[in-house]
Design a protein around this ligand. Structure first.
Ligand code: NAP
Length: 328
């Protein structure tokens, strides 16, 4: 079977399409014929060995797939042909997805209902559950919300779900006019260019002069510092991105503001919050919203497996919107 292999860390061109032996499911496992393998931003950093977790080389990246069960190991009762998601990341398996066939633990499978295609299913797996769980960690009802990278995979779902959760105002921050137009089309109240020097002022101007009460930041560096300074009194900022590994100022001045403004900064990682049942329940809710037309999933691009490098280049080059999918 074909798979995308990482033999050494580096730029997008180190991703090679190779033939690997077809994997055999062991007891409690299934083999899935992959129809859609999700690409996530964290994988671009894993490829460069800049992520919190170092891939054991050689590695096949990819932490979520959707497809059909084509073989089962001992003790597994899942039907051959069943349409499923394997949320590998939630099972603590952050690798293996960029392949034609993937072996996954049967107890983590999530059935895909009628009306949901494989691309949409992958878009909701890492990014959808992340958006839903972020809103549990930081309730937004009646509060003003700033979403960074709002046109991305997580951001485009998070902005919509924040609105549904009763946010008083959703402000989208994004890097290009096209992305800001997209965020507004998804229902954001305002869209701000956070590449501009004076972007904090633009956020306040879009929010009646005040800072946002909840901020979801995945960008890191200067943007994280600006977000901390923007946060309203009693506000909550959630830091959840791969790029938040960059250091930012949290010295006496920042801590004093945090203390006297009664603010909180919350770290967030989706995988440790998920169990198989929790994952199925969250995805069932997300599927229902999509089928009802209440949540829009945008597939920004679908690439053949052999173009995994191009998919990474587009993602890290900030040229994508919504979900990026590999089609084996
Ligand atoms: N903690 C968790 O459990 C968890 C789970 C899933 C995802 N995440 C994080 O959520 C974030 C979004 O993930 P995603 O897969 O949905 O990606 P994405 O948002 O589709 O793509 C990343 C976006 O980040 C923005 N960005 C800002 N600075 C950037 C830079 N220096 N280089 C590249 N992009 C930059 C770009 O949007 P603009 O052009 O608009 O700036 C880019 O489109 C990532 O940081 C990811 O690690 C965390």
């Amino acid at each position: 079977m074909k798979a995308v292999l990482l033999r050494r860390f580096g730029g997008p061109d180190v991703l090679e399409t190779v033939d690997l032996p077809r994997p055999t499911p062991g007891p409690g496992e299934v083999r899935i014929r992959v129809r859609a393998a999700g690409v996530n931003f964290a994988e671009t950093l894993m490829r460069e060995n800049r992520y919190a977790l170092t891939p054991p080389l050689p590695a096949v990246l990819g932490s979520e797939v959707a497809g059909e069960v084509e073989a089962v190991g001992a003790g597994v009762e899942v039907a051959i042909g069943a349409r499923v998601i394997a949320p590998l990341f939630a099972a603590g398996l952050f690798f293996g997805g960029y392949a034609e066939e993937v072996v996954a633990p049967a107890d983590w499978l999530v059935p895909i209902p009628d009306g949901i295609d494989f691309d949409t299913a992958t878009a909701l797996t890492v990014q959808g559950t992340t958006a839903a769980l972020l809103l549990e960690r930081a309730p937004v009802a009646g509060r003003t919300v700033l979403v960074d990278a709002a046109a991305g995979g997580v951001g485009s779902l998070l902005s919509q779900l924040a609105r549904r959760a009763g946010a008083a105002r959703v402000i989208a921050a994004a890097g290009s006019p096209e992305k800001r137009a997209f965020a507004l089309a998804l229902g954001a109240d305002a869209a701000i260019d956070y590449g501009a020097e004076d972007w904090s002022e633009a956020v306040r101007a879009a929010n009646g002069g005040a800072g946002p009460e909840v901020i979801f930041d995945s960008v890191g560096g200067r943007i994280t510092e600006d977000c901390l300074a923007l946060l309203a009194p009693l506000g909550q900022m959630v830091i959840f991105g791969a790029l938040n590994i960059q250091s930012f100022g949290l010295g006496v001045a920042e801590l004093t503001r945090l203390i006297f403004a009664n603010q909180s900064v919350t770290g967030f990682a989706a995988a440790p919050l998920l169990t198989p049942d929790r994952c199925r329940a969250l995805l069932a809710d997300l599927f229902a919203l999509v089928v009802a037309g209440d949540l829009k999933v945008t597939i920004g691009a679908v690439h053949p497996l052999a173009e995994a490098g191009a998919a990474h280049a587009a993602l890290e080059g900030r040229r994508t919107i919504g979900k990026i999918v590999l089609r084996p």
